[in-house]
Design a protein around this ligand. Structure first.
Ligand SMILES: Nc1nc2c(c(=O)[nH]1)N[C@H]1C(S)=C(S)[C@@H](COP(=O)(O)O)O[C@H]1N2
Ligand SMILES: [Mo]
Length: 204
């Protein structure tokens, strides 16, 4: 006698649920929405005035116009994202340019970066967390140009850390020899922000 179909289906579903549960960090819940979290108004920089720069502790500053940036090799990135306000969203699909591509050939002793954005938002990260296939400058979400409220024309995407590190409207990375806290990191959020270690606030 074979196992009844309904039983196999039930077990298959349970296995899927367990697989999904294993992707949700402690204290997080799953959402299908895409909430907007911005500390201020949405800036709107025309593309002909947009540029992206890498500066600070580098051999020479680098700069790309929008057209130059969009001519760089890009990737489709599918990742889970986790916001410190406790929502997680699975399998989000982005297109963007890897930070490895932008940092190729940059000679630096820096160990940290600060991302600077239109509107004044900043966030800090170890350089090791934006290299090695872990971070992108994303310009599309779900196959469409990134909406202004979600950081369009382009945002930093660092999915392995809490989403406040994924700076919207990013325009520049400053490479730093020493760590320097950004906007939320100065205002009580954890310096590093690993969702799997639940590093939400100072002292976590
Ligand atoms: N420039 C900028 N980037 C930002 C923020 C911001 O206020 N300004 N908020 C951060 C926070 S706290 C989160 S959770 C995510 C939210 O991104 P979303 O609005 O696309 O969901 O953006 C992050 N990047
Ligand atoms: Mo957030």
């Amino acid at each position: 006698m074979g196992v009844p179909f309904i039983s196999r289906g039930f077990r298959g579903r349970r296995r899927e649920d367990a697989a999904v549960a294993g992707r949700i960090p402690p204290g997080q819940y799953l959402t299908r929405d895409f909430p907007v979290l911005s500390a201020g108004p949405t800036p709107r920089t025309p593309l002909d005035r947009w540029d992206f720069t890498i500066r600070g502790a580098v051999d020479a500053p680098r700069r790309w116009t929008w057209d130059e940036f969009r001519a760089l090799p890009s990737e489709t990135i599918t990742r889970d994202i986790h916001c410190v306000t406790k929502w997680s969203k699975l399998d989000t699909v982005w297109e963007g340019v890897s930070l490895d591509t932008l940092l190729a050939g940059v000679d630096t002793d820096a160990r940290f970066v600060v991302a600077f954005c239109d509107g004044g938002y900043t966030t800090n990260l170890p350089l090791a967390d934006v290299t090695g296939g872990k971070a992108w400058i994303a310009y599309a979400f779900d196959g469409k140009p990134l909406a202004p409220e979600h950081g369009g024309p382009a945002r930093l995407l660092v999915p392995h850390l809490y989403f406040w590190k994924s700076a919207k409207w990013v325009r520049s990375l400053r490479l730093m020899l020493a760590d320097e806290p950004g906007f939320w990191e100065t205002n009580g959020y954890h310096d590093y922000g690993d969702p799997w270690r639940e590093q939400r606030y100072w002292g976590d």
